[in-house]
Design a protein around this ligand. Structure first.
Ligand code: AMP
Length: 212
């Protein structure tokens, strides 16, 4: 059986920005859409993701996204794809899961014109938090979110780089609920489908760009 490492992850949830802020967001998204059309070719994203065997410990097939991030056209393609998916859906905040989720959630929040809320590892957020502890294959992780991260009922998209067993994002979604937000969708660049992470996410729509 393929061993899996679930890393410590934290989510962040942004303050709800309100409807008028969503309207303002149309401009950067439209501008970026024009940018998308100008791209001559569409990059095959999976060509830019490396699999590193036995990192960080033996048995893990680590999906390395640094090669994708280092390609400006491919990185823009990822953010454009996410922005085009969520524009017009009255999203109030983007939640990024620490740490690689921050890489994608920050530009997405900017493009949508909404706030970014981090879900972070235990002890990193300075104000009052909600906390969720969840099981890993070995041991457990604790994630936190600021209690005042959202307006009640805020519509939220949760972003991480990779869906493996789903424990991390399930914990992040629970934190969103505890803080008064509503998860509209969870989104990932990569899904390790053989680990059946979607089983833990039955209550939420799941979007993934690349499946392995
Ligand atoms: P999980 O909670 O099992 O869905 O694990 C998801 C988190 O662990 C994500 O934040 C990923 O960045 C990280 N992760 C798990 N497995 C891998 C892998 N094979 N390659 C890269 N990152 C991974």
């Amino acid at each position: 059986m393929v061993r899996h490492l679930a890393f410590l992850v934290c989510c962040a949830v942004a303050q709800s920005e309100g409807d008028e802020y969503n309207s303002a967001a149309w401009l950067p998204v439209a501008a970026a859409s024009a940018h998308t059309k100008e791209r001559a070719v569409t990059t095959n994203l999976s060509d830019l993701i490396r699999t590193i065997p036995d990192f960080p410990i033996p048995g893990i097939q680590f999906k390395d996204i640094t090669t994708l991030l280092g390609n400006g056209q491919a990185f823009a393609q990822v953010i454009d794809t996410l922005a085009e998916r969520y524009v017009g859906r009255n999203i109030d905040a983007v939640v990024g899961i620490e740490s690689r989720g921050f890489i994608f959630s920050a530009p997405l929040a900017y493009r949508l014109g909404v706030g970014l809320v981090p879900v972070r590892k235990h002890g990193k957020l300075p104000a009052a938090t909600h906390r969720v502890e969840y099981e890993l294959e070995y041991g457990s992780n604790k994630l936190e979110i600021h209690r005042d991260a959202f307006e009640p009922g805020a519509r939220v998209v949760v972003i991480d780089d990779l869906l493996a067993t789903g424990g991390t994002v399930a914990a992040a979604c629970e934190l969103v609920r505890m803080a008064g937000g509503r998860v509209e969708e969870v989104a990932f660049i990569i899904e390790l489908a053989f680990l059946n992470g979607r089983e833990k996410l039955k209550n939420y729509p799941v979007y993934t760009m690349l499946q392995y």
